[in-house]
Design a protein around this ligand. Structure first.
Ligand code: SAH
Ligand code: F3S
Length: 441
């Protein structure tokens, strides 16, 4: 009988991508089949996130619950990967001896070997090294057969924003060679993938070292990906305002496959806080990018991440953030209360905004962001959008889910599963809180 693998993934899309690759790898190396029931697993993997303290706390709670499973089934192996693993290393095994293997974001490709070692000699192993792009050379072709797929193009981050743990847990920026990426996209396209999402912590610092693309790395890659037959939609996550050059604006004019959506995190609308955060740009420079994007692509949706309660954030700073939200008019965005992280420079700043104030600011901001997103939805009612049908609706099997040109989720009645993966015209008839209702035309 095939061995069973249970994977739980915390955190970002990068982690989701990594988890999928580990599933593919373990399937190929040991015939593992993925299960959604942890009770029947032979191997449990937890892919962790350490971006905020809360995310990190979840890890040890989760491991505590799995300890009981191991008491019932002593052959069960448990592995912990991702950013908490990278940050804590051996400490994980000290605190949770039920863990058999610990590996970082750059060593996920060694998971099959680590598993073998743990079965053969039941010793705990820790491998959280940073072996450049080695991991990509070890993955089998993506098993993904859905209409949309992530393609990782770079890893790590050199920006060292003062609040952020990512450069410490995922290491320095490393780009994959462009040929490898294009090959992966071609393989996906042949299997029927219509949309790719180019993935990295900081995709606009993508550089193919061999091509010496002189800073035009991401736009060149987008241009090349758009030439691949079958690729009808392209998006990228996450970009940074500091390196959003003119070439990336122009590419929205040049490449129609780029969807009218960009996630461009700003974090704060206050110049003072942006400086403290070491974001390397001002609010006016951010507005400039947004204005240019809106002028080359009508109806483009912009989303962002925000942090409230950063050390020293005054009420005026916070008002600047609210004002920025009004001026940009964001689509669905993410906002968080500042959380001091190990090894970051902000950790040494006095965390001086009172908790109640942070919560209040978060709630005010989230309310504003929700209204902003809803008003974008309302403006779409009565219009027709070219939508990629992504699957059956989770709530109602008589309905299907699609993504509009601006990436908004559209639900529409349909009973023909062969429509999945097609790009069809849908008229938007109703705007509800999170989603839009439409009718295929
Ligand atoms: N590479 C992305 C960010 C990755 S982290 C970028 O360039 O913006 C995802 C989001 O988590 C960040 O955009 C930020 O809003 C939030 N975040 C990161 N560190 C945080 C911290 N210490 N406290 C609260 N939120 C944080
Ligand atoms: Fe983090 Fe800033 Fe890089 S938010 S991932 S250090 S761009």
């Amino acid at each position: 009988m095939a061995k069973k693998l249970f994977i739980k993934t915390h955190g970002c899309q990068m982690n989701e991508y990594d988890s999928d690759r580990m599933q593919d790898l373990l399937n190929e190396s040991h015939g593992f089949e993925t299960t959604l029931n942890e009770e029947e697993a032979d191997l449990i993997l937890l892919n962790t996130c350490s971006i905020r303290e809360k995310a990190q706390e979840k890890v040890f709670h989760q491991l505590g619950r799995w300890k009981k499973l191991k008491e019932k089934n002593p052959n069960l192996k448990i592995g912990v990967g991702g950013c908490v693993a990278s940050q804590e290393g051996e400490n994980i095994i000290k605190r949770a001896p039920q863990v058999d293997m610990v590996f970082g974001p750059q060593t996920i490709h060694r998971v099959s070997n680590l598993y073998e070692k743990s079965v053969e000699n039941t010793i705990n192993t820790v491998d959280i090294s940073f072996p450049k792009t080695e991991k990509f050379e070890h993955f089998p072709d993506q098993k993904n057969e859905g209409p949309t797929a992530f393609v990782s193009i770079m890893e790590g981050c050199n920006k060292y924003c003062s609040f952020c743990v990512v450069p410490h847990t995922r290491g320095h920026e490393i780009s994959r060679p462009i040929d490898d990426i294009l090959r992966e996209i071609s393989v996906l396209a042949k299997k029927g993938t219509k949309e790719i999402n180019l993935l990295g912590q900081n995709v606009n610092s993508y550089r193919d070292s061999k091509l010496k693309t002189k800073g035009l790395g991401l736009s060149n890659l987008i241009r090349a990906a758009a030439e691949i037959e079958g690729i009808e939609r392209i998006q990228f996550t996450t970009s940074h305002p500091f390196e959003f050059g003119q070439d990336l604006i122009d590419i929205y004019e040049e490449v129609p496959q780029l969807i009218s959506y960009v996630h461009l995190p700003v974090q704060s609308g206050s110049n003072n806080i942006l400086k403290q955060m070491r974001r390397r740009h001002t609010r006016d420079e951010y507005f400039e990018i947004i204005d240019k994007l809106k002028s080359v692509r009508e109806g483009i949706s912009i989303s962002s991440d925000f942090i409230v309660g950063f050390p020293g954030e005054t009420d005026k700073d916070f008002q600047d953030t609210l004002d920025l939200v009004d001026r940009v008019g964001y689509d669905e965005s993410f906002s968080f209360i500042y959380s001091p992280r190990p090894n970051t420079t902000a950790k040494d700043l006095e965390d001086n905004v009172p908790t109640e104030e942070k919560k209040e600011r978060l709630s005010v901001l989230q309310h504003k962001l929700e209204n902003s997103a809803i008003s974008i939805s309302r403006k779409m009612v009565g219009k027709t959008s070219k939508c990629l049908v992504t699957g059956v609706s989770k709530k109602n099997p008589g309905e299907f889910q699609a993504r509009a040109e601006n990436n908004k989720v559209v639900i529409f009645p349909c009973s023909d599963p062969s429509i999945i993966g097609n790009i069809i015209d849908i008229e938007i008839v109703n705007a509800q809180n999170k989603s839009l209702k439409g009718i295929a035309v």
